[in-house]
Design a protein around this ligand. Structure first.
Ligand SMILES: Nc1ncnc2c1ncn2[C@@H]1O[C@H](COP(=O)(O)OP(=O)(O)OP(=O)(O)O)[C@@H](O)[C@H]1O
Ligand SMILES: [Mg+2]
Length: 674
């Protein structure tokens, strides 16, 4: 830690935290921070000298930071690395937006808005490439395009080429040699950083369990996550690890496979300047020691951080106004009349320069012109000259069954730790069971078994039917809502992991279901057995309570499947929660309880056949009123005619269809990504 502090002073100008060894001294010297008052005007746009680190070896010496004064962690065998040079040429991207100037009907409704306007660039291995620019300049869009997260589908247009070592790539290939740390940390709240790393390592690393463990420990040390490693990430329900620790965990997830190319969108946002400095130093060390190509967007770097960048790209309104060595940026802008004031942070100055006001067209014209004249030709030449070299692609290591088991294990932990999914449901079940037992206590004890039309019997029958209806609604709702509230957050993690090629949609879905289903079965089963005799439902034979429980279990399963379906379609829990009533209310009203099945208008009556409540209610009623003093006339009065097993079978079928639809929805979701 002292070394970090010492190196921040800039008295030596050496690259902080990178250990200077005879083999990399050249690189470190090359990155010396120039004195602000004597910028070297002769610095051109050639690449700085490279560290003489040996790339492509089987055993990495130390891909990450070597801790000063500490015993270095023993080297971990990695899949080996081969440097990647990323180039993009004449990248143009425009989106279709509503025409803001539409006045007459002859004006078109939509117009194309150019986001990127012909960008060519080169990002080299062993370098930190920082992309800077005002908010809305197109930085994230550029990263998303380079990482194949954004394509030219629909009315959005994308043109130009993106190459890694002169080879084109798609998202599937990208995930095998590169990692993308998005701006928002997408982590499962109930997991600890150690568990997250271990899970990722198990799915992505082709190594023995001991090696994986070593790698995880090493990553935790390198990312300085020792203190937070065993604390749950936390978030909505509980305070967990800090923002900086979350960010480092997100970065760790991408580093576990040792990718040769790493993208990071605003890795330092929300971090204090010192933590930000440590993070960028770590990336710098990875670039120099590990031969990696590291590209990130950044807002407001301190001057210490700024001078760690090797390659700087500055964007203004979707075009470059600068690209080249960081230390050459000040002289470049100086020559066109934008001289960075002495003692001020060049990063702040460049952002100010790149910011646009209404009447800035002239300013940008000068900058674009200077870029086109002095920088662009060299970059274009360099981009064309990149040679076709091999890219090391990570192999997919796990079978369907292994991924499913790993996902199932994680889901189990998530389930029992998530307060909504487990503790909440226990509390809810106890509360509802108590309420039912008190309210409907021995409900049928005064039933006079002689006549259906006896007024006191009618009242009791209404109560029994009300209890039966309440059972189905409560089971369906609590089962669906717990998933609707938690699944959208998990969905983001699923999408991130799926994009990283960690598992297939089916492995995820079935892995998750195998853990969830036992819980979904447990709650209604317990509730039914506890309350059946207390309420005083039909006990003509011992099979009745079991059939009662079985029906409620299937109601709960249908609720769970509907929850996953809604949660897969909507990414925001709030939206998903609002959508649930839109589906549930029609199902409830068409269940036959509020309006008799025979009284529904023909053209709308079909809705009842999609409703799990209708089948649940009918099967529960047949179960209640067969072998009963008053006979089954009551069931028939509701217009139910399917019989116990007929309605039960259709209830199971609705659940199955919802489950299949949820899997289908997830498949469509990932298709959209591709
Ligand atoms: N799909 C889209 N539809 C409409 N506008 C879009 C779309 N994608 C990006 N934009 C617009 O493109 C511009 C660039 O967006 P981008 O997210 O790349 O900016 P940025 O440089 O990353 O900004 P910030 O620093 O604030 O993150 C913005 O004005 C944004 O509104
Ligand atoms: Mg952005």
């Amino acid at each position: 830690m002292q070394d970090y502090l010492h190196s921040r002073g800039g008295d030596t100008g050496e690259v902080p935290v990178v250990n200077v060894t005879p083999s990399n001294r050249n690189a470190v010297e090359a990155n010396r921070t120039p004195s602000p008052d004597s910028p070297d005007p002769n610095v051109g746009f050639k690449s700085p000298p490279k560290a003489e680190t040996e790339i492509g070896r089987d055993v990495e010496e130390s891909p990450l930071v070597k801790h000063h004064g500490e015993t270095p962690v023993p080297p971990v065998k990695t899949t080996g690395s081969k440097p990647v040079t990323l180039t993009f040429q004449d990248l143009k991207y425009s989106v279709n937006i509503k025409n803001p100037n539409k006045q007459t009907t002859s004006d078109s409704k939509y117009v194309q808005r150019e986001i990127l306007r012909g960008m060519t660039g080169v990002c080299r291995p062993r370098e930190l490439t920082a992309i800077m620019g005002a908010s809305g300049a197109g930085k994230t869009t550029l990263l998303n395009i380079l990482s194949c997260r954004v394509g030219g589908g629909g009315k959005n247009k994308l043109s130009g080429s993106i190459l890694a070592n002169a080879q084109p790539y798609d998202i599937a290939k990208f995930s095998k040699f590169a990692g993308y740390v998005m701006q928002n940390d997408i982590l499962l709240e109930t997991m600890t950083p150690r568990e997250i790393f271990t899970f990722t390592a198990s799915l992505r690393l082709n190594a023995s369990p001991e090696e994986r463990q070593k790698k995880v420990n090493r990553l935790i040390q390198d990312l300085k996550l020792e203190r937070a490693a065993d604390t749950q990430v936390g978030g909505t329900f509980s305070k967990g690890i800090s923002g900086g620790e979350r960010k480092r965990t997100s970065i760790g997830v991408e580093l576990i496979t040792d990718p040769n190319l790493i993208f990071l969108d605003e890795p330092t946002s929300g971090l204090d300047s010192f933590t930000a400095f440590i993070l960028i130093s770590l990336l710098k060390s990875m670039a120099v020691h590990g031969g990696k190509t590291i590209i990130f967007t950044i807002h407001q770097p301190s001057s210490d951080i700024f001078f760690l960048f090797d390659n700087l790209m500055i964007l203004a309104k979707g075009k470059f106004i600068y690209q080249g060595p960081t230390r050459a940026a000040v002289p470049h802008f100086g020559t066109i009349g934008y001289q960075c004031p002495e003692y001020s942070n060049p990063a702040d100055y460049f952002i100010e320069v790149a910011h646009s006001d209404k009447d800035d067209d002239k300013k940008f014209e000068i900058m674009y012109q200077a870029y086109d004249d002095n920088i662009a030709p060299q970059i274009e030449q360099e981009a064309k000259a990149v040679q076709n070299k091999e890219i090391v692609l990570a192999e997919k290591v796990n079978s369907f069954l292994t991924s499913m088991l790993l996902i199932s294990k994680r889901s189990f932990l998530n389930f029992i730790r998530n307060p909504i999914l487990f503790k909440g449901r226990i509390g809810q079940s106890i509360f509802i069971t108590l309420l039912i037992c008190i309210l409907y206590f021995r409900i049928s004890k005064d039933l006079d078994g002689t006549s259906l039309t006896n007024p006191s019997n009618i009242q009791i029958i209404y109560d029994i039917n009300g209890a039966v209806f309440f059972y189905s609604i409560s089971q369906f709702m609590s089962s669906a809502m717990s998933v609707v509230l938690t699944f959208p957050a998990e969905r983001a993690v699923f999408l991130r992991e799926y994009s990283a090629n960690m598992y297939s949609v089916s492995a995820y879905y079935f892995g998750r279901s195998t853990t969830e289903v036992p819980f979904v079965v447990l709650f209604p089963a317990l509730m039914s057995f506890i309350s059946y005799y207390i309420v005083g439902f039909n006990d003509a034979n011992a099979g009745k309570p079991f059939i009662f429980a079985l029906i409620l279990i299937f109601v709960s399963l249908a609720g769970n499947a509907t929850g996953i379906l809604v949660g897969s379609v909507f990414s925001d829990a709030k939206v998903a929660t609002n959508v649930v009533p839109v589906i549930l209310l029609p199902w409830m009203i068409f269940s036959g309880f509020y309006i008799n099945s025979n009284s529904m208008p023909d053209w709308l009556g079909w809705i009842q056949y999609t409703s799990p409540f209708r089948y649940a209610l009918e099967s529960l009623m047949w179960n209640q009123y067969t072998d009963y003093e008053l006979g089954t006339g009551i069931v028939e009065q509701y217009g139910y005619h399917l019989g116990l097993w007929g309605s039960f079978g259709l209830l199971a079928a609705v659940g199955l269809v919802a489950r299949a639809a949820a899997l289908f929805a997830l498949k469509i979701l990932v298709k959209k990504l591709e």
